[in-house]
Design a protein around this ligand. Structure first.
Ligand code: HEC
Length: 93
């Protein structure tokens, strides 16, 4: 029983980590911790469509949506990172 509890706790912790990808700390500088941007020139991301967000990140990466700031941000992100970030911001209200 104790082992089961430990397992459940571990699962809950990793699920939480998945919900808030590590890169969010970086994105938050401009897009806000809660997905509401910190400055008028940065867009809000909270509650935006998951698939839209993921597509924009892909476009910044392959330059179909050229943006010098966001290109630098996505350069180090994997496809999995971009999916996780899109999911995270889409779930914020
Ligand atoms: C230095 C500030 C800055 C940081 C840090 C930053 N962004 Fe951005 N982001 C911007 C700006 C500026 C735009 C608008 C680009 C444009 O005008 O096309 C943008 C646009 C976006 C968009 C498109 C939004 C839309 O409505 O089309 C997404 C998605 C996005 N950022 C995600 C992220 C993620 C995820 C991170 C972290 C990995 C991040 N950004 C980090 C400045 C930033």
């Amino acid at each position: 029983m104790k082992k089961l509890l430990v397992l459940l706790a571990t699962l809950a912790t990793s699920a939480h980590l998945y919900a808030a990808p590590a890169q969010v700390a970086l994105c938050a500088t401009c897009h806000g911790k809660d997905g509401i941007s910190t400055m008028p020139i940065y867009p809000n991301l909270a509650g935006q469509k998951e698939q839209y967000l993921y597509l924009q990140l892909q476009k910044f990466k392959d330059d179909t949506r050229p943006d010098p700031i966001m290109k630098g941000m996505v350069a180090a992100l994997t496809d999995e990172d971009m999916k996780a970030l899109a999911k995270y911001y889409a779930e914020l209200k």
